[in-house]
Design a protein around this ligand. Sequence first.
Ligand SMILES: [Zn+2]
Length: 78
Amino acid sequence: MAKTRGKNDLKPCPFCGFHVVTIKGGEGTTFFECGSCKSFVAFRAEVANPVRAWNRRVVEPCTICDFGRRFESKGVRG
Ligand SMILES: [Zn+2]
């Protein structure tokens, strides 16, 4: 069994690495806003666990530019 983590254990912004990301609820939509670069990511209602989706998104490298690998190299894992 994996360790249980807190619901709000968000990984840092995938764009700038800033650690404080704000969650905002909408009409069946969850928004994440970076407190530093103001990057804005939304997950629709069909995403059952938007926090997990955000965390997964952080460590998935971009297929075009490989952005995101630097987070893996720091030992950040899902
Ligand atoms: Zn950011």
